[in-house]
Design a protein around this ligand. Sequence first.
Ligand code: BYC
Length: 498
Amino acid sequence: MSETIDTLTEVPESVSSEKFVEVKYDDSIPNNVDLASDKQLQRALESWHPGYLNWWKDMGPDGFQDAEVYLRTAVGVDPAGWAKFGYVKMPQYRWGILLAPKVEGRTIPCGRHKGEPVWQEVPGEYRSLLRRLIVIQADTEPASVEQQRYLGKTAPSLYDMRNLFQVNVEEGRHLWAMVYLLVKHFGKDGREEAQALLERRSGQQGNPRILGAFNERTPDWLSFFMFTYFTDRDGKMQLAALAESGFDPLSRSCRFMLTEEAHHLFVGETGVGRMIEATCTAMKKAGISDPNDTAAIRALGVVDLPLLQRKANFHMSVTRDLFGSEISSNAADAFSAGLKGRFNEAGLTGDDHQLQDATYAVTRVVDGKLVVEDVPALRAINCRLLDDYIADCQGGIDRWNKVIEKAGIDFRFTQPHKGFNRRIGEFGGHRISPAGELLSEAQWAAQQGGWLPNDADGAFIQSLMKPCVEPGQYASWIAPPRMGINGQPGEYEYVKIA
Ligand code: BYC
């Protein structure tokens, strides 16, 4: 499991001379968008900045604002070397505005404007649709920081604590990236939306975050690793789809965000992988071969594999809801307008990128049965992205299974049926088992504790959530990483707690 830069984020050959536009760090807001030349925009962002810092202090990592954290900061957008590492107190992190280089001659890759030059300004007829997409993307970024606010206090190591804070500051930067677009391109409405982004709160009854999964709790580190594997992967897919946008500033913002996102996915994949490794090692050492011998396994201070599967089931299902309804006229409108493509749109072959006649197979619930129906592909854009997401999730799951197989334990992680535990879209309102059987409410109630984390699971997990903050020490339930961050050893003092 190595940290890789997603291939989608590779910069095409035909980048303009902006490729080497330096990030200006003397400006109060580091940027590669020549902010200094647009005084009005600069003032608007500078007046948003104090509110952002207040939000960070109120809702960012609780109890660690004065800690010195070994963080990477983006200092450029060249894929060959764009980050520097060093100790930073998080409120002093240089959150900047960074766009990937402009691709000369880029054209709109899909929809009714396919082939026309990309827009540098907001196309008037699509203004509100575009703003909505940017606001929804923006809203998820602070939401995840809020969800993870208390995790520092129970970190299983300084290495993991640092990774949590790295993810948090970069989600903060992603908020900056979207706020830049709102403030620069949407005038007064954009400034109001930017303000509202600092006011909504994850899980708050009166003023919640927009999408469901971002109002769920992230109460423990198992949730954090599952979230960064499964939910950040929705981030990857959505950002990749928005990177295909005909609105070029959005495309360029998302392309650079994807570069950072790769590390978040790495944190999730290796985090879950290291938990599995700790469990398998402890089971072998104790001579336990039955993965369902829960009491004996838990007594070893590690997490049993069926519980990890239940956690994964929860995160997979709530994340699938983030794709919206499988059949969606909103998604069709965004595609036809050229505002949001499919995954890897420009690289897809085999259709006209307008989808006037194409169909796509969608699983639906009809008359109490699951059936597959061909529907107009244009209306099934969300379904296709969800299917691409499910395929993308499988790589890490296969790698986790290899660890278990190597240990000789008879257990394999699987993805539940697409309709399992869904609230949004075709399966919302139905009860479907992980194997894909439609169930009655009573059947669901009788069995869901075996499929989703139950109360006993929650209590056990909480019993493990004790901080482990000596350099080089790791909690019993997670194996040390193979490699440290930026070539540093595992025992490096990644966070100097104040
Ligand atoms: N919860 O036609 P529909 C990330 C709303 S994650 C609540 O079904 P549409 C990250 C929907 O807004 C990536 N409401 O769906 C990860 C609409 O409301 P309005 C975030 C929901 O519009 C980890 C109505 O239901 N980015 O970056 O085609 C850490 C009917 O909508 C939900 C994006 O999502 C839900 N789950 O698609 C940090 C990209 N689902 O407008 C960050 C931008 C739907 O009628 N967003 N609704 O009031 C989009 O592309 C689309 O808005 C969605 C929904 C894919 C989310």
